[in-house]
Design a protein around this ligand. Sequence first.
Ligand SMILES: [Zn+2]
Length: 155
Amino acid sequence: MAHQWNTEKTDRSPDFAAEEEAIRTNAVKARIEKSTESPTCRLCKEADETIDHILSCCKKIAQTDYKQPHNVVAQVVHWNLCQNYHLPVANNWWDHKPEKVTEIQVVPVAIGTLGTVPKELSKYLEEIGVDKVTISQLQKAALLGSARIIRRYIT
Ligand SMILES: [Zn+2]
């Protein structure tokens, strides 16, 4: 069974916290490796380049890269709901292309860039009838998006 973590609202998954210093952001290079390079973000040059900054705060990529993980999580949830209501849907969630929405119900489905989920997420998912994907699968979708951003910008 897939591993699931952080059903409490915290900043970090325990697995990731230990790994974070291994990702050589400019902040890690400056503070931990004592490099003479600036800790400033290589993209916006406005803040320290930490994992948090790259994954959730950098203005330079906010309108592009941050949308992808968000859209993937929404795609997975939408795919599940279409199945429940017997709407035409692809066999696999990753092939699903949601159509434009005309009527909405707002349900908070929040997954942090590092896989953090709020305590109430399972309740909300149950409320809207998401029963074919697990929270772990949603966390994985969000984390893959974060990994993609890190691979793209931190070299
Ligand atoms: Zn930045």
